[in-house]
Design a protein around this ligand. Structure first.
Ligand SMILES: CC(C)(COP(=O)(O)OP(=O)(O)OC[C@H]1O[C@@H](n2cnc3c(N)ncnc32)[C@H](O)[C@@H]1OP(=O)(O)O)[C@@H](O)C(=O)NCCC(=O)NCCS
Length: 379
């Protein structure tokens, strides 16, 4: 029936299908390894700033101090949102989900950027820099606007992570909070061909533009099977409320065949390696902030799920309590994921454009082929 050759038929959800080459992030799903440009991303977490990781993903190497300083400054100089964009955001309905605001915000940026449709490599770099610089500003500004509070302008003297926490909470963060945010953003910065990154590559492969690729990626990230899981994991901890309730809650949820958010992964058949430093960070933050309830609940949930099913925690599980303890509102969690992943999306856009071919797969058509048309009057 179809002209699709049988050997092109692929598993549902494109599981384990290799659709191209990339030299950005290497994953080993059986050993639980993750490398950025050949460096162990998990071993680096906690020892590098987000700015260093963005530089690594885009330039291919970790920066020297002399390279990092101007790069960090360019990011800091580009954090503020254009006044026209903030003015439109003021008009959005206050109940809008922050991810919807972020997606619309990126398209608004395209409308006010004079270089939005310039596809040159130099211009794409500049657009990418602005997008990475501003992703967190959108989230923080929207949180203030919807609460009727004045937007806190970015502070260029603070690092990327410190500034983000400052714009959300209004307080200059302590060193451990900055370390936690750097760890989180760095671990989330890229992850091979996940759904949102694939979306960005498909969009740019049509020779569309950088902002469209990032707006599309944001749409893919929002879903609870992808980046939206961190919000759902925190909602689950709040619903459980007490470590003593964990076992009965998990048993009931699994009996009802509910998905436990923050568990399972398409690639990792072992624990997601990003979980390890995030679990340790969740513990350190809990102790430092004097609130160990969410950490204790999460550890018990992980143990309870493991007793029943052969699935492991993924990146969104422990990051939920990390972000909560940093004072980030729960419905902003996925925007913080986006603030990290935008670095990887841009790296993949650069890589796709460097050797582009339109991404245009096929389906195996299973519908009818011989129906006889009748005009409207005869139906
Ligand atoms: C990430 C995810 C979408 C991967 O999906 P996938 O590769 O298609 O895996 P499947 O949904 O086919 O799961 C395989 C098995 O594990 C089970 N499983 C996977 N994740 C589960 C979860 N979070 N809770 C309960 N069971 C889960 C499935 O029910 C299935 O069991 P079965 O074979 O008995 O039917 C899936 O694990 C999930 O929905 N997780 C929760 C959302 C989440 O945390 N997303 C963030 C990912 S980083």
């Amino acid at each position: 029936m179809s002209d699709t050759p049988k050997d092109l038929h692929v598993p549902k959800g494109l599981e384990d299908v290799v659709v191209g080459t990339s030299s950005i992030t290497f994953l080993d799903g059986l050993k639980g390894r993750m490398l950025y440009k050949g460096y162990d991303a998990v071993a680096m977490a906690g020892q590098v700033s987000f700015e260093e990781i963005v530089y690594l993903l885009w330039e291919g190497d970790l920066p020297t101090r002399a390279q990092l300083q101007p790069f960090s400054k360019s990011l800091a100089d580009n954090r503020a949102l254009p006044a026209e964009v903030l003015a439109v955001m003021e008009k959005f309905p206050k109940h809008c989900h922050p991810m919807d605001v972020l997606r619309e915000g990126v398209t608004l940026l395209a409308m006010v950027a004079s270089d939005a449709h310039d596809g040159s490599q130099k211009d794409n770099r500049e657009k990418a820099l602005r997008l990475v610089a501003r992703m967190g500003t959108f989230a923080a500004a929207w949180d203030r606007i919807r609460k009727g509070l004045p937007v806190i302008p970015p502070d260029p003297t603070l690092s990327h992570s410190a500034n983000f926490i400052y714009m959300v909470t209004g307080k200059k963060p302590d060193p451990l909070s900055v370390e936690a945010m750097d760890m989180y953003l760095s671990l989330l910065a890229d992850h091979d061909l996940n759904a949102s990154t694939f979306t960005a590559r498909v969009i740019i492969s049509t020779l569309s533009d950088m902002h469209s690729a990032i707006a599309g990626a944001l749409g893919a990230l929002k879903g609870p099977l992808h980046g939206g899981a961190n919000e759902k994991a925190m909602e689950m901890f709040l619903e459980i409320g007490d470590p003593a309730q964990v076992d009965s809650w998990v048993e009931k949820a699994l009996q009802e065949k509910r998905k436990i958010m923050g568990f399972g992964h398409r690639v990792y058949k072992v624990e997601d390696p990003r979980s390890v430093p995030l679990r340790a960070m969740a513990h350190r933050l809990s102790v430092e902030k004097g609130d160990t309830r969410w950490y204790n609940i999460s550890i018990k949930v992980a143990e309870a799920v493991q007793r029943h099913k052969n699935i492991y925690t993924n990146v969104d599980f422990y990051s939920a309590s990390v972000l909560y303890l940093l004072g980030i509102p729960i419905d902003l969690f996925t925007t913080v994921f986006a603030a990290g992943r935008v670095a990887g999306w841009c790296a993949h856009v650069f890589e796709q454009l460097a050797d582009n071919r339109l991404i245009r797969p096929r389906t195996d058509y299973t519908g009818p082929t011989d129906r006889v048309f009748k005009p409207l009057a005869q139906r």
